[in-house]
Design a protein around this ligand. Structure first.
Ligand SMILES: NC(=O)c1ccc[n+]([C@@H]2O[C@H](COP(=O)([O-])OP(=O)(O)OC[C@H]3O[C@@H](n4cnc5c(N)ncnc54)[C@H](OP(=O)(O)O)[C@@H]3O)[C@@H](O)[C@H]2O)c1
Length: 277
């Protein structure tokens, strides 16, 4: 969807297209966007789609080498992007990452809490260690991000824009309907939904948006690993029961980010129209 817009710049004459469409096309240019878990899967696709829209993008992950490899696939190369090594479960690392992004780009407009982990097994076989990993990554890290970003967005508030910052959290369809053998994962995402919706209502009047996007199964390493844990053997991308593509999810995240300043989508679901095999 968005690659069409890549060639447009603020210098071009907008007289041939309606102003609202021109503004929409340029709305992410020069915005600073941070994406956690951007080395692969949905996070990488989200980062690439924002970069294609002309945004300045910070890619966060635990492995610098994977982030560097990821960045090579970017539409405009590495010029307007930043790699930030960060384990989001550690509050001091998250704090430092935000400081680094602010110092590099001068501001921070959109933060996507995408990084997440899951373990596919019956509850009775799920270990406390796996429980902690899922809760720490899928929920506690988001709590940390709220604690750091809300004060920052408050400081950024200006009269020129009714929205001073936007946090977009990637949840899961499992949060609402539950999922056998994914109980803790589903519970962590359900808690993420409740946390986000509650905090969103605390800060919306201050011009801070918090949105949650819940994708159905999407073709990524996480989904393939979960499928492999379920079946006991690794599945190739072509053999996996593929439903959404990472680009379809990323397009929706960009759509949420491009909404009019005063319009806020609190919760959104994305599902495939037809199941692909
Ligand atoms: N795939 C699906 O079917 C599906 C469906 C619904 C929702 N989701 C959600 O979508 C999000 C992305 O999932 P995905 O399928 O793209 O997963 P993925 O392919 O496994 O990618 C996960 C990303 O998160 C990073 N990550 C994990 N733990 C981290 C930590 N502590 N600190 C920083 N980065 C960390 C990983 O990088 P490193 O391990 O290198 O750090 C990787 O870049 C998750 O929140 C997931 O729950 C996925």
């Amino acid at each position: 969807m968005c690659y069409f817009f890549t060639n447009w710049t603020q210098d071009e004459n907008p007289s041939l297209i309606p102003e609202y469409l021109y503004n929409y096309m340029l709305s992410l240019q020069k915005k600073v966007v941070a994406v956690t878990g951007a080395s692969k899967g949905i996070g990488l696709a989200i980062a690439r789609h924002f970069a294609a829209e002309g945004a300045q993008v910070a890619l966060l992950g635990r492995k610098t080498r994977d982030l560097k490899t990821a960045l090579r696939s970017f539409p405009r190369g590495e010029s307007s992007s930043l790699i930030v090594r960060c384990d989001i479960r550690k509050r001091d690392e998250l704090k430092q990452a935000i400081r680094q992004i602010k110092k590099h780009f001068g501001r921070l407009d959109i933060w996507v809490n995408n990084a997440g982990v899951g373990a596919h097994k019956p509850l009775t076989e799920t270990t406390e260690r796996e429980y902690d990993a899922m809760l720490d990554t899928n929920l506690r890290a988001v709590f940390y991000s709220f604690k750091e970003l809300i004060p920052l967005f408050r400081k950024q508030k200006s009269k020129a824009d009714s929205c001073s910052g936007h946090i977009i959290n990637i949840s899961s369809g499992a949060a609402r309907i539950g999922a056998a053998n994914l109980a803790v994962y589903a519970a962590s995402k359900a808690a993420l939904n409740a946390l986000s919706e509650s905090v969103a209502n605390e800060v919306r009047q201050e011009g801070i948006k918090i949105s949650v996007l819940s994708p159905a199964s999407t073709n990524t390493n996480l989904m393939r690993n979960l499928s492999a844990q379920k079946s006991g053997r690794a599945l190739s991308p072509s053999k996996a029961a593929v439903k959404l593509t990472v680009d379809e999810v990323a397009e929706m995240v960009v759509f949420l980010a491009k909404q009019n300043s005063n319009a806020w989508t609190s919760m959104a679901d994305i599902r495939p129209l037809q199941t692909r095999k």
